[in-house]
Design a protein around this ligand. Structure first.
Ligand SMILES: CC(C)(COP(=O)(O)OP(=O)(O)OC[C@H]1O[C@@H](n2cnc3c(N)ncnc32)[C@H](O)[C@@H]1OP(=O)(O)O)[C@@H](O)C(=O)NCCC(=O)NCCS
Length: 168
């Protein structure tokens, strides 16, 4: 197999699994010491890009981020854990899931803060879109995410089309 063919070979989800950790510092927080939603969104984008880069082995741009809820407050000094992996590849785009946890290392408790689905498009240095190798789900959880990602893509496309028409 040539090197180019190797790059297009399907890859298991586990190859894209990534983890990013952050300690919340005063500059990440509002005057009450609570983590800014925008800072968390930035970290989610980066954590998602890690998985997209690892899977595609290409440059990527963020095409969209789906709806997000912030489920519990996070404070200065807290430890944030972001886990990401590629759920499904379409053609030049891929859906990445990012799940965020806050860890209280004094009490050894982790709480779910937020989850997000991001779509990344693989591009070359001239911004031309590139075909992304298929992803192979290996566990029941990965297969569920793969199936759900197909349904989410249809909803995303329908909503995008509706917004486009409303903007005309
Ligand atoms: C995202 C972007 C590459 C899409 O390019 P485009 O030429 O409009 O899109 P196309 O219709 O050719 O679609 C290309 C792929 O992107 C997907 N896509 C396009 N817009 C999308 C959106 N809003 N959400 C999810 N996927 C999207 C398409 O489904 C398609 O996927 P596929 O090849 O796997 O089937 C382009 O809009 C762009 O460069 N946007 C700016 C990205 C950026 O700078 N992000 C950082 C934040 S500013």
């Amino acid at each position: 197999m040539t090197e180019k063919a190797d790059l297009q070979a399907p890859r298991p989800v586990r190859d894209s699994q990534s983890e990013m950790n952050e300690i919340v510092l005063p500059n990440d927080a509002n005057p009450l010491g609570a983590l800014l939603g925008g800072r968390l969104m930035h970290w989610i984008d980066l954590a998602g890009a890690l998985a997209a880069h690892r899977h595609s082995r290409q440059y990527v741009v963020t095409a969209s981020i789906d709806h997000m809820d912030f489920l519990v407050p996070v404070h200065v000094g807290d430890l944030i854990i972001l886990r990401s992996s590629v759920n499904r590849v379409f053609h030049t785009s891929m859906e990445v899931g990012v799940k965020v946890w806050v860890e209280n290392y004094h009490k050894d408790i982790c709480k779910h803060v937020s989850s997000a689905y991001l779509t990344f498009v693989a591009i070359d240095s001239e911004a031309r879109h590139l075909q992304v190798p298929a992803v192979i789900p290996g566990t029941d959880e990965e297969r569920r995410r793969y199936e759900d990602a197909g349904r989410r893509r249809e909803i995303r496309r329908a909503n995008f089309e509706r917004r486009r028409k409303n903007a005309l």
